[in-house]
Write a protein that binds this ligand. Structure first.
Ligand code: ZN
Length: 432
């Protein structure tokens, strides 16, 4: 199965939360096309994942413990403790849209965009800062639309989560995402970048990603270099960058449908020399990440069986064509490698099983004895690391376990041959 390559975020850096890279254009096309021709698959600016763990700690108990800032003064009669006529907005993401301080921080005057549900009635945005109302700063909402609303970062806005308040005072919960407000005077070079995710799985829902921000107008090129041999794998011409607007480039670990070898890779970001489009100035900034090609499929305590569990062990009338990994029934299973569901069936010996045609590879991956039928129908695309079912003991199985097979091309009972998967399983288990 062939997969896509990379994507470039559109001019609006705050579009499409959780974009699916599988729907984007191939990287070979991207390298030729202008970025504006490839708006698919853009992800938002860098703030969303920022300090999520911090927020989770700080705001773990939710908003119920303190008074609703601003509501009593501006609610038009509704009291903070009373019922509101309107349904509160729900904030799902927060990102800097323009005049950003850095790739992952805002400053006074930055335009932030909140995305979520029921945004049209939002009239005020509160920068909540630390817990309690003492440092809260409230501003007027701008451009309230169904799924988004904007605000200009006011003077003295604190870093932290945001809250959206409706015309009648109905408050949203504090956002899970936080904004980081940069200190005045903190500056970076002419190009600011952030590599999001230090370990990336080939074909996973979360691709390799670099966010890029230029502090002055310039044409920018992003190249991807494999560090083991210095080869430039692909590049993304971003064209003329708008000043202080975050652009996002993602890469799913494949080139022209072929998975690239695991190892260290680096995004290098440089101004593009105008006279010779292909020529780059020295990279101004760079950031590395590790590409890994599989995720260990059994997601809790497990052990590798021996003897009868091993590949090649004798069975009644045949040999064992996979390896058994023992784990409690109900243990979540994920796709070691993404691809497409080739089969989803129940069979007397195998029980509930699926076969995944591995993306960017000739290999088929087989998961047997699952507790229930996988919810993924034949033909469904699967990402590396995506949930596929649970460990069980359906079919002929003694004890709860995953019977795992790998078949070389052309694949499982379609002309391929089984491979002993134990070494691979152990390698994946060591890092994932
Ligand atoms: Zn088995």
């Amino acid at each position: 199965m062939r997969w896509n390559g990379g994507t470039i975020g559109g001019r609006d850096p705050v579009t499409a939360l959780g974009a699916n890279p599988a729907r984007s254009a191939g990287s070979a096309d991207l390298a030729r096309a202008s970025p504006s021709a490839n708006p698919v698959g853009s992800t938002q600016g860098g703030l969303v994942e920022l300090k999520r763990s911090w927020v989770a700690v700080l705001w773990g108990i939710g908003l119920a413990v303190f008074a609703v800032p601003g509501a009593s003064a501006d609610s038009g009669g509704a009291s903070a403790g009373g019922a509101f006529a309107s349904q509160a907005a729900v904030i799902s993401a927060v990102a800097c849209a323009s005049r950003c301080a850095t790739v992952d921080s805002v400053k006074t005057g930055s335009l932030v965009r909140l995305r979520g549900k029921r945004m049209r009635s939002v009239r005020k945005i509160v920068f909540l800062g630390a817990r309690g109302p003492a440092d809260d700063v409230t501003v007027k909402a701008r451009r309230a639309r169904t799924t988004s609303v904007d605000a200009i970062v006011p003077d003295k806005a604190p870093s932290g989560p945001l809250m959206a308040i409706n015309r009648d005072g109905a408050p949203s919960r504090a956002s899970r995402a936080a904004v980081a407000v940069a200190r005045p005077g903190s500056s970076s070079g002419p190009l600011d970048i952030k590599v999001v995710g230090r370990r990336v799985f080939v074909g996973a829902a979360r691709p390799a990603r670099v966010d890029v921000l230029a502090h002055s107008a310039m044409a920018v090129m992003v190249t991807l270099v494999r560090l083991s041999d210095g080869v430039t794998v692909t590049s993304w011409p971003l064209g003329e960058m708008a000043t202080d607007v975050v652009r996002t480039v993602t890469w799913d670990g494949t080139i022209a449908g072929v998975a690239q070898p695991p190892g260290r890779y680096e995004f290098r970001v440089a101004p593009q020399v105008a006279a010779q489009a292909a020529q780059l100035a020295e990279p101004l900034t760079a950031g590395a990440f590790e590409l890994v090609d599989h995720k260990f499929p059994v997601r809790a305590k497990h052990n590798f069986g021996e003897g009868m569990a091993a590949f090649g062990a004798g069975r009644n009338g045949h040999v064992h064509q996979g390896h058994d990994v023992f784990a409690a029934c109900g243990t979540p299973l994920v796709a070691a490698r993404g691809g497409v569901i080739k089969l989803n069936q129940n069979q007397a010996n195998a029980g509930n099983y699926i076969v995944i045609d591995g993306a960017g590879t000739d290999v088929d991956y087989v998961y047997m004895h699952m507790q229930e039928r996988s919810p993924l129908a034949k033909g469904t695309p699967v990402m590396t690391g995506q949930a596929i079912g649970k460990v069980g003991q359906t079919g002929v199985a003694s004890g709860c376990h995953l019977h795992f097979e790998m078949w070389a091309g052309p694949g499982w009972y379609t002309g391929g041959a089984p491979i002993d998967p134990l070494a691979a399983l152990k390698a994946w288990d060591a890092y994932s």
